[in-house]
Design a binder for this molecule. Structure first.
Ligand code: EPZ
Length: 420
């Protein structure tokens, strides 16, 4: 079992090159199924989840060739419409092949994605969207079957109890691109990754309006083609490294980012007394003056991102007084708390809220990674803690962070990967 060993107590300083966005790349790779052609997609991060999506496309009949951070994807021979359990069970995001497969073949069979440690992860809204476009939806032996000889656009309200759905919006948008007439998605996700997918589809020839707003209008078309495309940078990776600097009392500048994608996160940092400096494609943050406690609530974009909640909770342990975290997207997303308690954090959980007392000196300990962002939070805690922290099950980290120990070492961190 691979693990990461961190010696805490070093203030991190320097610049980090941010990679392409995992959550933009995955649906964009799925969208290449829509039209049999050749696509050249760049700024693709070297991540486990990207390799999983590549193998899924190859299982369906596509050819995927990587040259550095550019993938050449040839979907002309895609001839299967089933995403098998073996793949979907390792990566829930595989569900975003549902819409493109239905649009291309008139049918799709996708293993029903299981839950994970951050929540049950239902796909009822995805299936509602497919039904409303005219597909028959059925469930059998753990698979979802959708089929339709003719998809027809209409008005679809896609909001759920926890707000919009990111991959649900992606799936319905991709299916609607080849549906007859106009589809209006109401309460659509506004995340930059959904906008990036929409921009990719528009470059392919789709007619989409309202990207980044809660109402997206798609007019179906058959005139699509393969394109070259460069994906957006990963705002969650960027936020994680900014926190690595702030938590350790250093100063980290993240490069090749879109500062506007980080607004709510940067606003929260400045509320605690951090100084934020930003340029066209970079952001730097460092602590200044007397820090203040913070209340954050995770919300759909442009609200505070749930994917930075675990990492921010580590930062809250360094602030005086009582800070409060409320999870409004994944109310159970607190697996990191139990491990932080083992490192001496003082956190009390009450349902979708966590009360964080500080400042607390964290003490290094062996800890267990549970999901992608909780694992990143444990690395940040190890950077701050006194002594040595050993993070086990780091395959979770490799799903979403390209070369994390290399990037942190360049900032001065004492961090190494060990094979057990
Ligand atoms: C995407 O997941 C991201 N993953 C997640 O990032 C991210 O946390 C999440 O959006 C929220 O921003 C990818 O893009 C690959 P949702 P997604 O559908 O689309 C409920 C990471 O760490 N819901 O927006 O699966 C759901 O339970 C990952 O990179 C339904 O009720 O999330 C949740 O409470 C983790 N019914 C809320 O909506 C549905 O049909 C938002 O989920 C779908 C979702």
């Amino acid at each position: 079992m691979k693990k990461i060993v961190v010696e805490g107590g070093v203030s991190l300083k320097g610049e980090v090159q941010i990679s392409g966005s995992k959550n933009a790349v995955l649906p964009i790779m799925a969208a290449t199924i829509l039209c049999p052609d050749i696509y050249r997609i760049s700024r693709i991060p070297d991540l486990r989840d990207v390799r999983t999506m590549s193998s899924l496309l190859e299982i369906l009949g596509a050819r995927v060739e990587s040259k550095g951070d550019t993938f050449i994807i040839d979907t002309r021979d895609v001839n299967k419409w089933e995403a098998p359990y073996e793949v979907v069970s390792t990566m829930r995001a595989s569900v975003c092949v549902l819409g493109p497969l239905l649009a291309r073949f008139g049918r799709a069979k996708v293993s029903y994605p299981g839950g994970c440690v951050i929540g049950t992860r239902p796909i009822d809204l995805h299936l509602k969207g497919m039904r409303m476009l005219g597909a028959q939806v059925s469930m059998e032996d753990g698979y979802v079957y959708v089929k339709s000889s003719h998809l027809k656009g209409r008005r679809i309200y896609l909001g759920g109890a926890f707000g919009p759905t990111v991959l649900g919006t992606a799936n319905v948008m991709m299916a609607a691109v080849k549906a007859e007439g106009e589809t209006i998605i109401e309460n659509a996700a506004c995340e930059p990754e959904v906008v990036d997918l929409g921009n990719f589809l528009v470059k392919m020839g789709a007619d989409i309006k309202g990207l980044g707003s809660p109402t997206i209008t798609i007019r179906g078309t058959c005139d699509l083609r393969g394109v070259d495309y460069r994906v957006i940078p990963d705002r969650i990776e960027a936020g994680t490294y900014i926190l690595a600097g702030v938590i350790t009392g250093g100063e980290v500048r993240v490069k090749d980012v879109v500062p506007a994608h980080l607004s709510s996160f940067l606003d929260a940092l400045s509320t605690t007394g951090c100084k934020i400096e930003e340029g066209e494609d970079w952001v730097m943050a460092f602590r200044e003056g007397n820090p203040l406690p913070l209340q954050i609530t995770t919300l759909p974009y442009p609200g505070f991102p749930t994917d930075l909640q675990a990492q921010m909770t580590v930062y809250l342990t360094t602030l005086p007084g009582i800070s409060i975290v409320q999870e409004r997207v994944f109310p159970d997303r607190f697996m990191h708390v139990a491990e932080l308690l083992r490192m001496g954090a003082k956190i009390m959980r009450e349902g979708p809220k966590a009360f964080v007392m500080g400042p607390t000196q964290l003490i290094g300990a062996p800890v267990m990674a549970s999901d992608l962002r909780a694992s990143a939070a444990l690395v940040l805690a190890g950077l701050k803690a006194r002594g040595k922290t050993v993070i086990n099950r780091i395959y979770h980290i490799d799903r979403g962070y390209e070369g994390i120990e290399k990037k942190l070492s360049l900032l001065g961190a004492k961090i190494r990967r060990e094979e057990e």
